[in-house]
Ligand binder design. Sequence first.
Ligand SMILES: Nc1nc2c(c(=O)[nH]1)N[C@H]1C(S)=C(S)[C@@H](COP(=O)(O)OP(=O)(O)OC[C@H]3O[C@@H](n4cnc5c(=O)[nH]c(N)nc54)[C@H](O)[C@@H]3O)O[C@H]1N2
Ligand SMILES: Nc1nc2c(c(=O)[nH]1)N[C@H]1C(S)=C(S)[C@@H](COP(=O)(O)OP(=O)(O)OC[C@H]3O[C@@H](n4cnc5c(=O)[nH]c(N)nc54)[C@H](O)[C@@H]3O)O[C@H]1N2
Ligand code: SF4
Ligand SMILES: [Mo]
Length: 724
Amino acid sequence: MPEVAPTPQQTVHTFCRYCLASCGVDVTVEAGRVVKISADKENPHSWADFCAKGRTAGQLVDHPRRITRPLRRVGDTYVEATWDEAITDIAARMSAIISAGGPDAIASYTGNPAGFSSSNLLFMTGWLDAIGSHNRYYVGSVDQNNLHVVAEAMYGSQLFVPVSDVDNCDFFLLVGANPAVSAWNWVESVPGGWKRALARQRQGAKIVVVDPIRTESAEKADTHLPIRPGQDWALLLGMVKVIFDEGLEHRGDCTDLALGVSELRSLVTGADLDDLAARCDLPRADIETLARDFAAAPGAMVITRTGVSLHLAGTIGEWLGHVLNVVTGRMDRPGGRRFERGYVDAQKLAALAKSPDHRSRLQGRPTVAGHHGLDELPAEITTPGRGQIRAMVINAGNPVVSGPDGARLDAALAQLDLLVAIDLLQRESHRHAHWLLPAAHWLERDDLLALTSGLHDEPYIQYGRRAVDPPGDAREEWRFFLDLTLAMKRPFLGIRGVNGFVKATRHLARLTHRPSIAFGPHWIDRMLVAASRGISWRAIMDHPHGWVFGKREFGQLRKALRTDDKKIHVAPEEFVARTHELLAEPHPQAPAGLPFQLANSRRRHSMNSWLNDIPGLHPSGKDNHAVINSADAAALGIADGDRVRVFSPAGEVELAAQVSDRPRPGVVIVDHGWGSRVFDPRGGAAPISFGVNRNLLIDGSPVDPLSQTPALSSTYVGVQRVGP
Ligand SMILES: Nc1nc2c(c(=O)[nH]1)N[C@H]1C(S)=C(S)[C@@H](COP(=O)(O)OP(=O)(O)OC[C@H]3O[C@@H](n4cnc5c(=O)[nH]c(N)nc54)[C@H](O)[C@@H]3O)O[C@H]1N2
Ligand SMILES: Nc1nc2c(c(=O)[nH]1)N[C@H]1C(S)=C(S)[C@@H](COP(=O)(O)OP(=O)(O)OC[C@H]3O[C@@H](n4cnc5c(=O)[nH]c(N)nc54)[C@H](O)[C@@H]3O)O[C@H]1N2
Ligand code: SF4
Ligand SMILES: [Mo]
């Protein structure tokens, strides 16, 4: 028998771009296909969180339902088209819509994965600036908007993010975070952060977890405080009060670094500790002990995450977390929160690109971080008038499942004249799309995440190499946005002359047979590196496993502050005013018939709404449940495994109950991200879906007035037994 020559295998060192943990990975490629992904243990910075999602990334690349060519809707089915056909049609229809209704008739929604591409957001913004639309929506109002609002007010830039110095910390106060599962990342990245925190704990550090659920992180903590959902602000304000009342503050930082300490003092003087304790439903003595222990620890930090942000007082909770760090002297000190310069000054660049202020057409609300609140989108689509949204691009997002009141948004999307989705698969939010455009997966993309380099907890750089080519006609988003801009004959980035330049480089590339000459993201990567602090392109390429290019520095914070007076503003007027409002509100009380608050948790194998369908993930069952406290279940006659109906004024879902003592009484957990269908746009087979979409129960309004975030994690619901 003739011997078959084995296909050579090749290993590509790169990093996973599913979440900001950015784990270094080794991708084994054979005959142009991914055959294995493992942790790159030679990566000096970021492999320690490597998980099953990264390990199975090749299965999304090869997904049988992957969109690999532009698909155009014809009646109830989709037919394949070329990119030229797609762009010509979309450009013509958008131009007509702008002629009739103005540029704001075109809207965009950008989801979380767009943030892990170096080119997606940049080129999308280039297109939006070209057409001049203000109707921009993004995932921020269901994620981290509160952090941007706080960073702008306190540090002078919405991108100013202090990073955690985990390895020197003696006291971790983790509020609304479950790093054992989510990895230590939320607009900062501390690779292996949870394991490193546990290592500190073995050396004597204390970990306190504040969470209505006894989570995986709470299980390992020294103390778990099962707070009432949505009331972190009351706990944190109580701590600030104890610290000032008992003179535990860091005198130096309170006078030299912070501005507004006296306003803060008078705010807490007027607050009553028993009242605050009753609001967050924690014993007053626990708040006092926590404040004293926190202030006394040599190195300490508060971190606040999505458990704080997805509520109506999320901005105040976030702010008070930063306040605690500042007034106890944790900023820029070992064991606290540092400023990491990265290699590119993203704040400076962001300040140059400041987006114009805009008020929404119907509610007159301003933008947050350049975007309007997702809750406003349905009415902006369905309400007639100039500026009514008639066309929309959904870019790497699934807002019908990940955002509030999905049924209302879904109905609105159905009314658009043009819906374009650019994604890997057709999911719930893309159900009514007129065009489905095939995006490239990160394994098919080169990325240099220069603009988020200051979010790593040490000076770190890695060039994210592509491992394989995109299938069929799949393309990176930037190409679509640039081509669409040219086809619409609008100046890219809103700057005259750019289109001519782009065309000239493309022409030259054709003439010289050197495609890399054509303008694209690699131009920008090169420019950013050229303008960086002392990093050469060559040196980056010489470190395929990633490169820690310096030591963790302290003493950079003061210089980096973007406030005019180079001080941290600890008492911004609008935050103090909002706190007075909260203090004047009656204590939280469940409305009649809706006695529970709806919580959710993440799982190690899930990524928001979009990996649950991958085989091999969730070996113990692809489903979500209504997890109900044992005492509550007994009172309602609910046994483990019973079918229950969970309902609110916005909607209802039916699912199996799980009786548990993990949630505090009065809290029902239904994990988010489930119940999103994956369609088969070519074959027309039945959609794949697991679990139910619990965000159907969330009313989009009211929102936190400062961050425009709805109460995704504290909405009141009712629970009823349906049957065994
Ligand atoms: N109740 C509740 N709701 C929540 C949360 C919660 O904790 N509780 N968490 C919130 C948070 S933190 C977030 S970030 C949001 C997420 O909200 P979204 O970002 O709107 O939604 P995702 O579910 O992340 O969907 C991302 C989509 O991007 C696609 N995709 C993946 N990679 C790429 C790519 O490279 N290019 C393109 N074009 N598409 C890609 C996926 O297929 C998927 O369809 O959900 C929020 N919703
Ligand atoms: N495996 C996995 N990892 C992920 C993701 C994922 O989907 N899966 N998503 C990534 C993304 S986009 C993000 S933004 C990060 C998020 O990272 P985290 O914010 O750490 O996310 P969660 O694990 O949802 O933890 C939030 C915790 O807040 C608690 N909580 C809810 N309401 C309250 C409240 O009112 N007060 C307090 N104190 N706690 C509350 C919840 O019970 C939950 O345990 O994770 C990232 N990492
Ligand atoms: S999804 Fe998993 S492997 Fe990928 S970066 Fe996040 S933690 Fe790392
Ligand atoms: Mo997120």
